[in-house]
Design a protein around this ligand. Structure first.
Ligand code: NAI
Length: 283
């Protein structure tokens, strides 16, 4: 199938980056968000990143202009009516995602593929909420999207081979590397990453070491580019807690129990970089 017109729903941290990489690959992209402010901020972020690429000589002014011209914004979901692919990147809530997918199912053309960037929710359940479950799939980008090479492609139990193939081809067109994953809690990325972050929080909680020292051990000793607590602050501690809860519930295994300190930070509103304080403080 040919994919020319794309809509990205949610213009937050992930959505704006996803819209950018589609436009960079030459596709027409509509960014949708229910908040005009989020759309303005998302577009501003893209313009800044493209401007920096031109300054550094990684992109010509002509390329920057062409990419910008492929991007448009809308608060109206009905504008998905001419899209071949929709990628949803709204908040990590099953209720919100199901509502978005049910509306999209009514609006998008019958051939359109509906993808979700969820980091942890079951794709199979999202697919079942539509009349086209075989055209629903997980397309899990990594943060920051323009930089990170991986896209985890998650097959719902209902996803057809044609849908999988179209998304794998598209991922390669975006100059990213696809990895095929079955629909299990946390997929591969967060099943491995989040327990490590949670264990790092336990290490601080139990007084074994300070956040700085935990991060130093993992950076200098394990060659990780960033310590797990710095990474947790970047991802958002609310998101980390949410994913641990999905793993805990999904596997029913106490090894995934979220650390009480992580819960306490989230209750305090210390959500990491986005709120100015997490394991570290930010200006
Ligand atoms: P965010 O909070 O930065 O952005 C979410 C955006 O969705 C907001 O602008 C909000 O206004 C909008 N929104 C909410 N409900 C909407 C609706 N019904 N219709 C249209 N727009 C709506 O969230 P973020 O971090 O971008 O996450 C989005 C998704 O990506 C989540 O499912 C998350 O789990 C996933 N994800 C997040 C990663 C991260 O590092 N933050 C990494 C990979 C996936």
């Amino acid at each position: 199938m040919t994919i020319n017109h794309v809509m990205v729903i949610g213009a937050g941290q992930m959505g704006a980056g996803i819209a950018q990489v589609f436009a960079q690959a030459g596709l027409n992209v509509k960014m949708n968000d229910m908040s005009q402010d989020a759309l303005d901020q998302g577009l501003l972020g893209i313009e800044k990143r493209l401007g920096r690429a031109v300054e550094k000589g990684r992109m010509t002014e002509g390329e920057r202009k062409a990419i910008t011209e492929l991007l448009s914004t809308t608060t109206d979901l009905k504008d998905a009516a001419d899209c071949d692919l929709v990628v949803e990147a709204v908040v990590e809530s099953m209720d919100v995602k199901v509502s978005v997918f049910q509306q999209l199912d009514e609006i998008a053309p019958s051939h359109a593929i509906l993808a979700t960037n969820t980091s942890s929710l079951p794709i199979t359940e999202i697919a079942a909420a539509t009349q086209r479950p075989e055209q629903v799939i997980g397309m899990h980008f990594m943060n920051p999207v323009p930089v990170m090479k991986l896209v985890e492609i998650i097959r719902a139990i209902q996803t057809s081979d044609e849908t999988y193939q179209a998304i794998e081809d598209m991922t390669k067109k975006l100059e990213k590397t696809p990895v095929e994953v079955e629909d299990f809690p946390g997929f591969v990325s967060n099943r491995i990453l989040m327990p490590m972050i949670n264990e790092a929080v336990y290490t601080v909680h139990e007084g074994v070491a300070s956040p700085e020292d935990v991060d130093a051990v993992m950076k200098l000793g394990m060659n990780h580019p960033m310590g797990p607590l710095t990474l947790a602050d970047f991802i958002g501690l609310d998101t980390c807690l949410y994913i641990m809860e999905v793993l805990h519930e999904g596997f029913g295994d106490s090894k995934y129990r979220p650390c009480p300190l992580l819960r306490k930070y989230v209750k305090a509103g210390w959500l990491g970089k986005k709120s100015g304080r997490g394991f570290y403080t930010y200006d």
